[in-house]
Design a protein around this ligand. Structure first.
Ligand code: MN
Length: 349
């Protein structure tokens, strides 16, 4: 397990968010406490998880949770701990409970939370493999959806079919609520699928991902049905050029706002600057949105080798249509590897 500098002779760390507990132990559970001291790592879980955790949790001693505050106090006392750092993502009630029940000073630490987010952003080989596996599942579902989309089917049916196919191909669940928006609805970057039926001349934007071993994938493709007007083709190709421009800038050490600018400049130069409102990308891992953020505000954030980010510029013309194209990129020492295999030339169904 990674060593945290918040663990010392007199200090310990208590992790209770499911995502960080899973990250550090490799074992998922809805409830539990991970206590990290200089001498050992202890995972407290209840009877629902006790047996499985003993098999699967890595680098920890698994203890059956019964009277948790007493159990934690016993360890803290035995090891002469004076201060206990906790994550800041907690409910006030949990903080108050810990403060009143534990015998040492309890310190919610933003730095600790950020450190865990930073650690999570750089992937191990196993994490990379899980994300690639999730992505391959989504790609198979996308191939199938191309045969399903036709005039008359609804956005909801497209979204439901993508979800069903991802589950059939081995996703444990979807990574997030699937977006399938068409026609004028496609100008809503994060629109919700409706009962609108597909018509000839529609763009359909699908943003979806699978979850595999707890890890998310994220991809977006925009296809059209019947025909595309010159304006539609122009907007599509502008987004595609923008996406290639930002991809070309992704490498370890690149400043995230510069990567964003790469895509943003192409779109602005084509005259669509005001129609690209969101950031160009985000980290992906156990959560669908993680560090780092690729946006104009990310001036002090540099990419690191091993991070996985989305690259998803878009143009959204209100009441008309929208286009977004999204791949996942694995940041390398020199350049990046595109983890998304699905082609990006405009598909007319
Ligand atoms: Mn995304």
């Amino acid at each position: 397990m990674v060593k945290l500098r918040y663990v010392s002779d007199s200090t310990a760390v208590l992790v209770f968010t499911p995502v960080n507990r899973r990250y550090l132990t490799g074992f998922p559970s809805s409830l539990g406490f991970l206590l990290l001291t200089k001498n050992e790592n202890i995972l407290f879980v209840d009877s629902r998880y006790f047996e499985a955790a003993q098999d699967k949790a890595k680098d920890v001693r698994v203890v059956l949770l019964n009277n948790i505050y007493e159990q934690i106090n016993d360890v803290l006392k035995k090891e002469n701990i004076k201060k206990l750092y906790i994550e800041t993502e907690n409910e006030i009630s949990l903080y108050n409970t810990l403060k009143s029940k534990l015998s040492v000073k309890v310190v919610p630490s933003e730095k600790l939370s950020n450190r865990l987010l930073d650690l999570r952003s750089v992937k191990t080989k196993q994490e990379l493999e899980n994300i690639i596996a999730a992505q391959r599942i989504a790609e198979k579902a996308f191939e199938d959806i191309l045969n399903f989309i036709k005039v008359g089917v609804t956005e909801k049916q497209i979204a439901a079919t993508l979800d069903y196919k991802m589950l059939c191909y081995g996703a444990e669940k979807t990574a997030f609520d699937t977006i399938a928006v068409s026609g004028a609805n496609s100008s809503l970057p994060h629109g919700v699928p409706t009962d609108r039926k597909i018509e000839k001349g529609d763009f359909i934007t699908m943003d979806f991902g699978a979850m595999f071993n707890g890890y998310c994938s994220d991809m977006t493709r925009t296809v059209c049905v019947g025909f595309a007007t010159d304006e539609m083709k122009n907007v599509y190709n502008t987004v595609l050029s923008a996406q290639k421009a930002s991809e070309g800038l992704v490498t370890a050490g690149a400043v995230c706002s510069e990567v964003d600018k790469g895509a943003r400049d192409v779109i602005a130069n084509a005259g669509y600057g005001e129609f690209f409102g969101h950031g160009t990308g985000h980290g992906i891992g156990l959560f669908i949105h993680e560090k780092p953020n690729i946006s104009p505000k990310s001036e002090n954030i540099k990419l690191r080798a091993g991070q996985i980010i989305s690259n998803e510029p878009g143009i959204y013309l209100p009441k008309k249509f929208g286009v977004r194209i999204e791949d996942m990129l694995f940041v390398k020492k020199n350049g990046c590897k595109n983890l998304t295999k699905t082609p990006k030339d405009l598909i007319i169904l």
